[in-house]
Write a protein that binds this ligand. Structure first.
Ligand SMILES: Cc1cc2nc3c(=O)[nH]c(=O)nc-3n(C[C@H](O)[C@H](O)[C@H](O)COP(=O)(O)OP(=O)(O)OC[C@H]3O[C@@H](n4cnc5c(N)ncnc54)[C@H](O)[C@@H]3O)c2cc1C
Length: 259
């Protein structure tokens, strides 16, 4: 098991009104899409996907509930946090023309995979979606490195539609041979179904409530698989066999609830 390391927050950047990146020097190797358990002293330990900007490590966090709101509100440069990992699997970049489909904080998981694919000389298209323009994550980073397609629900930027509709258009127009997706599960379910229908390889990064991150507590179970150990990245064939994917998640007490 990986020991927890204490690191100092060096810089914090507002990415959108509800998403912040926290930069620190951790220096461990990880595969794109693997996650860490991020300890917020006095609060909780939560799963997050690390990425790198230059030689700095970062996590990019969307404000959702108690811990992420605390992190947004109370954490400042020079504060100490704990980090253990990396855990789980990463994306397999087994395609030449890749489409990354992201919603919400999904870019946090996909940004390293996109960077790696671009470095490997692959053609990468990215679709980002949000309710409004100001919530689009990594717009500049992605427009520098990929062919960027934007969808907003209010039409304030890009095409006025859900990101799934935009992704369907890109799959139609370009000869995409691999789709990677991360974001709200309803969105990922639509993307996966579309890819299965079109015979395009697809991988999705799943989120489930996690406590240990190392396969002991079983909190993150989905159809008998553990997201922390068997995932978080699952391939289209596996997702197609899952009854719970896109339909049910587990509450903190372990009970199944509709998504
Ligand atoms: C492997 C993995 C990697 C992740 N990486 C990132 C990342 O890089 N950036 C990021 O912003 N978030 C990421 N998440 C999600 C993040 O861990 C949760 O948003 C966070 O734990 C919520 O904690 P909280 O105390 O703020 O919210 P809580 O008070 O625990 O929950 C508040 C509400 O948030 C929602 N929520 C909480 N946890 C989850 C979850 N796991 N999945 C879906 N909805 C949830 C629920 O609607 C819940 O009612 C990741 C999750 C997993 C499993």
């Amino acid at each position: 098991m990986n020991e927890m390391e204490i690191v100092e927050i060096e810089k914090i950047r507002n990415e959108t009104p509800t998403i912040k990146s926290f930069f620190f020097d951790w220096g461990k190797d990880f595969e794109p899409g693997q996650f860490v358990m991020f300890w917020i002293p006095g609060r909780d330990e939560i799963p997050m996907v690390p990425s790198r900007e230059g030689d700095q490590d970062r996590i990019t966090v969307k404000k959702r509930g108690d811990s992420t709101a605390f992190l947004h509100r109370n954490t400042e440069a020079e504060d100490k946090i704990g980090i253990r990992g990396p855990y789980g699997n990463g994306y397999s970049l087994d395609g030449e023309k890749i489409l990354a489909v992201m919603g919400g904080s999904g870019g946090a998981s996909l940004i390293s995979a996109i960077t790696r694919a671009v470095e490997d000389g692959k053609e990468v298209h990215s679709c980002i979606g949000a309710e409004t323009e100001e919530e689009l994550l990594f717009r500049e980073e992605l427009s520098d490195s990929t062919r960027l397609h934007i969808a907003t629900e209010d039409g304030s930027a890009g095409k006025e539609c859900f990101v799934t509709e935009l992704a369907a258009d890109v799959m139609e127009e370009e000869d995409i041979d691999l789709v990677l997706t991360c974001g709200p599960e309803v969105m990922m379910k639509k993307v996966v179904d579309l890819c299965l229908e079109k015979g395009i390889k697809v991988q999705a990064s799943l989120e489930r409530y996690m406590k240990c991150g190392i396969g002991i507590c079983d909190s993150c179970t989905i159809d008998g698989k553990q997201v922390c150990k068997d995932g978080p990245i699952f391939k289209g064939e596996e997702l197609d066999r899952m009854e719970e994917f896109g339909r049910f998640e587990r509450a903190k007490d372990g009970r199944l609830k509709e998504i």
